[in-house]
Design a protein around this ligand. Structure first.
Ligand code: HQG
Length: 183
């Protein structure tokens, strides 16, 4: 399958599994799973294309177990993914738009519509996440060790994204030389 088509399909699958299952006539179970047969029928995709997207997805966004599929992370609908708290590395990163930095500096990182703030294990990944935004990218460094010490609970999704409820501003600093200074 051609790359562009794979990305389009991956986005539709993410929409159905994370944000708007109802729009496709689907109901996720409490842990976010749906039957693959129902999913294929609802999205009108064939099994071979589905398998290709699941296997080749650049972020391993989808989990398949037996005859069911779910998104590994990124939901806005209520699901209990069952992740257990995990000890984070000493620092984590967050890529965002440089324009957002003054607001983040004032109020910290918020989860918005998602269940958690998403953090990256390395700067290259954060750079990719931030590049989804318009304009210059800012990379924030998060003192995850201090947060964990202070009682903030971290989770790691099956595809390696670090998740936390919120990041108060005093754990943040700006590390990218090309991005807006955090002062
Ligand atoms: C920003 C993609 C101003 C935050 C990626 C981000 C990731 C603030 C945006 C995953 C703010 C939320 C998540 C504040 C947070 N003031 N802006 N106080 N606090 N923000 O998409 O982290 O392809 O919900 O910086 O790779 O960008 O979907 O979060 O820019 O892993 O699998 O508010 O989505 O993965 O945007 O991305 P998002 P995100 P997938």
């Amino acid at each position: 399958m051609e790359h562009t088509r794979r990305v389009t399909l991956s986005k539709r699958m993410s929409l159905a599994l994370r944000h708007e299952p109802g729009r496709f006539g689907l109901t996720l179970d409490p842990a976010g799973w749906v039957s693959i047969d129902d999913f294929l029928a609802a999205l009108q995709i064939d099994r071979a294309d589905f398998d290709t997207v699941v296997a080749l997805d650049d972020k391993q966004r989808f989990a398949v177990i037996d005859d069911r599929v779910r998104a590994n992370q990124g939901h806005s609908v209520t699901v209990e993914l069952g992740y257990r708290p995990a000890e984070p590395p000493a620092v984590l990163f967050h890529g965002t738009s440089a324009d957002a930095v003054p607001s983040i500096r004032a109020t910290g990182l918020h989860r918005g519509k998602r269940h958690h703030v998403h953090l990256s294990p390395d700067e290259a990944t954060a750079q990719r996440v931030g590049s989804r935004r318009r304009g210059a990218v800012a990379i924030l460094t998060i003192d995850a060790a201090a947060m964990a010490r202070d009682g903030h609970v971290f989770y790691r999704s099956d595809n390696g994204v670090w998740l936390v409820e919120a990041v108060p501003n005093h754990y943040l600093s700006c590390s990218a030389p090309t991005s807006t200074s955090m002062g």
